[in-house]
Design a protein around this ligand. Structure first.
Ligand SMILES: Cc1cc2nc3c(=O)[nH]c(=O)nc-3n(C[C@H](O)[C@H](O)[C@H](O)COP(=O)(O)OP(=O)(O)OC[C@H]3O[C@@H](n4cnc5c(N)ncnc54)[C@H](O)[C@@H]3O)c2cc1C
Ligand SMILES: Cc1cc2nc3c(=O)[nH]c(=O)nc-3n(C[C@H](O)[C@H](O)[C@H](O)COP(=O)(O)O)c2cc1C
Length: 764
């Protein structure tokens, strides 16, 4: 096959090598506009496992590359005058120039023709003269632009500024992050050694800081001198150097996140950064480029035709790229938002940094550096007020809100059971909540319990508007208090326009087949075309509903609940005031967010006045309507939380969505946790995170990184009331209390978790 590789970076060279290894008869030319040793940038990093994959493809080049690797295991973080070091991370680094020279050498040895200082103006000409053109022409790929309508690239220019510098200062003991506060703003460096003499030193900051420094108007040299002054205490008198002579101007860049919809067009195929990029902070661009080269070479030899090979290549690589891009995006966004975390204690800040891409879990960190993680866990427990020098996982740390003390951080999230009769909880609820209270969670939140018959969502919803409701709830609360050490929270709500609908397991949100009752909401809206249009509430309605909330709170207090949660999320009545999607009012309760928050806050103040001062109140909000700028967005959620905080709400339960049928949620593990993270770290308010959190590891990493104070699990608690006790047993934690009648079951679980036989003599 006659092949042209457009670009002599890692992708182009490694593809040429990989093809020659599979069939020496291929006629391959690499066209590179630069000279052989004339490369921009400094070092690149690989992780240990990354390189093993590459070594299988060509042990020869792998061995020569490995011989030039600088290795390190530690990550050091300089922040607030401290240097926090953790270990076990396993990286290697090499000079980009060296890597390319070794690949050039290997390519030559295998018979590849290398044409340097040859700029290709258009791939069209090449495509005519070669069977295959591999466009490995990098981040700013000209080929990608030339055939943009075929490749359909999405290019997202990110907001931070960075410059890729080098230094002869040694960073040979650890991959080093340095965060410096200056009068122009925060600025930080990612530094790592890549050969005996030189280290990469990437400087990054926000656009604002960059402007404050005036970097835009500086030459590359001036930027270097300026960065030297900023990071002087870490550079030991060494200079910072730029080798970006190919870049005009200041050499500061914004990272472009690239993903092409199609990776091939006729006989041209995109590879490496030309097809997709991954942010430099997870150091995987070179690995992706080289792995894609191997994949393409494989398929060209396994598939009968080039088109089939392209299809398989694109399919296989896209999945891998998306996986990496997702981790890279988390990491990139962490750096974009890092100023949010710069108040954290160095221990927590370090943890947040290490887990930023969400690829490294809590237990994975333990495998890497047990000692460091345990010191961080001890720090967390100390801060939580645990006795002595407790080292336990964060999920088992106590938490205090007003006078309510929780034994741990796991919350059974409110979940409607639709089993009430005329609003009255039944034996179902006694057994259901009793089991969850026994199951080990620190806090059990009951389902949305409605303040009036018309405030119910469905005929099966529980209420708190009749004396028998209060009695039935008290029986449940008394059971939890008498038999368990869980606390129990009453969620109060009003369905608004989403009321008068079918049970959850019938047709959710659909109107009742018969017996519908009239509904009201902030404005005359309907949940969907099928649902009835709500009446817009007038002042008398608002007073009545407020009084119903107050009466319900008084009943909940008499029933001895430990905490109240006011449901202001998911499109129900109070939520309908907050989101502009359903609040079109022209009075002082509509318009700007301050006005839309007025009624939920009136309810809060009225309820707070009758709720015992020793007990906390939470508000659950939808932090995103998932409809873009038309609705609530995370930044509005921060403003909402500030208002709740100002009003004296003790904790914000940060949910999202269910406010519009147009919502387009982006699901994933812990997908709503970023909203809680943002609220907690921008306002300082305590938060609960919820949404697709199902592993103990998720809970621990959320808490340890300071993304929430409490973690709610809903569906996992439907499947397993004993989720917390089981998690503790599995993790080897023996500190959780079990109900005494269950001790034999507990001991068996402990033995199984410890790898012992399940059956041992039982006590009579
Ligand atoms: C600041 C920074 C730090 C990074 N750190 C790391 C890291 O630590 N680890 C890592 O794995 N990756 C890192 N990367 C990413 C890495 O550099 C790229 O992902 C990788 O180089 C992609 O390889 P490539 O072959 O696709 O493209 P490139 O390496 O960009 O190669 C493309 C080549 O094509 C040539 N070319 C372009 N157009 C033409 C033309 N018209 N005619 C002839 N030649 C042309 C260019 O001169 C260039 O040599 C980093 C990137 C940045 C910006
Ligand atoms: C069956 C069911 C009923 C629910 N009922 C309520 C409710 O009454 N009040 C509420 O605020 N959220 C309710 N939710 C939402 C959950 O509390 C939680 O926010 C959501 O399920 C996401 O958490 P998960 O991924 O752990 O399930 C309900 C969820 C489920 C699955």
């Amino acid at each position: 096959m006659k092949i042209a590789c457009l670009g002599g970076g890692p992708a182009g060279l490694y593809f040429a090598i990989s093809m020659k290894l599979r069939d020496a008869a291929h006629d391959i030319v690499v066209f590179e506009r630069n000279r052989p040793d004339d490369t921009f940038g400094w070092g690149v990093v690989f992780s240990d496992e990354t390189f093993d994959n590459i070594a299988v493809n060509d042990p020869v080049s792998a061995a020569t590359i490995r011989a030039h690797f600088a290795y390190w295991d530690d990550i050091a973080v300089h922040y607030q005058g401290q240097r926090v070091v953790s270990s076990g991370h396993g990286f290697s680094g090499i000079a980009r120039k060296k890597l390319l020279m070794l690949l050039q050498e290997r390519a030559r040895e295998l018979g590849v023709t290398l044409n340097f200082q040859t700029e290709i103006a258009s791939a069209t000409e090449l495509a005519r003269n070669y069977d295959l053109v591999v466009a490995a022409d990098g981040l700013n790929s000209r080929t990608r632009s030339e055939f943009a309508s075929a490749f359909r690239p999405a290019i997202d220019i990110r907001k931070n500024k960075f410059i890729w510098l080098g230094t002869q200062q040694k960073f040979d003991d650890a991959f080093t992050f340095i965060f410096e506060k200056t009068e122009c703003g925060w600025i930080w460096a990612h530094a790592y050694q890549f050969d005996v003499d030189t280290a990469t030193f990437i400087v990054e900051c926000s656009e604002q800081t960059w402007q404050n420094f005036g970097f835009g108007a500086m030459s590359q040299d001036e930027s270097c001198r300026s960065c030297e002054r900023i990071f002087a205490k870490y550079l030991g008198g060494h200079r910072l150097m730029s080798n970006a002579a190919h870049l005009r101007g200041s050499a500061w860049l914004n990272f472009p996140r690239v993903l092409c919809e199609k990776w091939s067009h006729r006989n041209i195929v995109l590879m490496g950064d030309a097809a997709a990029t991954a942010h430099f902070s997870i150091g995987s661009g070179t690995k992706l480029a080289m792995e894609s080269a191997v994949s393409m070479a494989n398929y060209l030899h396994s598939e009968p035709a080039m088109a089939a090979a392209f299809a398989k290549y694109e399919n296989a690589r896209r999945t891998e790229v998306l996986r990496l891009q997702s981790a890279a995006r988390n990491s990139m966004e962490w750096f974009e938002e890092v100023e949010r975390y710069l108040h954290l204690d160095p221990v927590q800040f370090n943890y947040s940094l290490l887990t930023r891409s969400q690829r490294i879990s809590h237990e994975n960190l333990r495998l890497r550096d047990k000692e460091w993680l345990e010191s961080a866990e001890a720090w967390f427990q100390r801060l939580a007020g645990a006795p002595g020098n407790t080292v336990r996982r964060p999920m088992f740390a106590p938490f205090k809100l007003r006078d309510m003390r929780l034994k741990n951080r796991v919350v059974v999230s409110p979940m409607a059971q639709y089993k009430a009769v005329d609003g009255c909880p039944t034996d179902w609820h006694l057994v259901h909540y009793g089991e969850r209270a026994k199951g080990g969670a620190g806090l059990v939140c009951i389902e949305m319990t409605c303040v009036s018959p018309v405030g119910r969502i469905t005929p099966g919803c529980t209420g708190m508007y009749a004396p028998e409701h209060e009695r039935a709830w008290k029986r449940i609360v008394d059971f939890a208090h008498a038999e368990t050490d869980a606390k129990i929270c009453c969620q109060l709500g009003h369905s608004g326009a989403k009321g008068s609908t079918q049970l959850g397991w019938e047709e959710m949100d659909a109107p009742l087949k018969s017996g519908n009752w009239p509904v009201m909401s902030a404005s005359a809206t309907a949940w969907s075309e099928r649902n009835q249009r709500a009446r817009a509430m007038d002042r008398a309605d608002m007073d009545r509903v407020r009084d119903q909330f107050v009466a319900a709170a008084e009943m909940a207090a008499r029933a001895d609940f430990d905490m109240l949660e006011i449901h202001c999320a998911h499109g129900y009545l109070l939520s309908s005031f907050i989101t502009p999607l359903t609040n079109w009012r022209t009075d002082e309760y509509g318009g700007p967010l301050e006005n839309r928050m007025r009624y939920p806050l009136e309810i809060f103040h009225a309820v707070r006045a009758v709720w015992p001062a020793t007990k906390p109140i939470s508000m659950r909000i939808s932090a995103s309507d998932w409809v873009g700028a038309e609705g609530i967005e995370p930044r509005d959620a921060v403003a909402i939380a500030r208002m709740l905080q100002g009003a004296g709400v003790d904790i914000c339960d940060v949910s999202a969505g269910q406010t519009s049928i147009r919502a387009q949620p982006v699901y994933g593990r812990m997908f709503q946790t970023p909203f809680s993270d943002r609220i907690r770290n921008e306002t300082g308010m305590a938060t609960m995170a919820v949404g697709n959190i199902f592993e103990p590891d998720h809970v621990n990493s959320i808490l340890m990184a300071g993304r929430a104070d409490l973690v709610c699990l809903a569906r996992p608690h439907l499947a397993d009331p004993y989720w917390t006790l089981r998690a503790a047993a599995r993790l080897g934690d023996r500190g959780e209390t079990w109900p005494p009648p269950y001790y034999a079951g507990r001991d068996q679980l402990y033995r199984l978790a410890g790898g012992e036989p399940a059956i041992t003599p039982m006590r009579p």
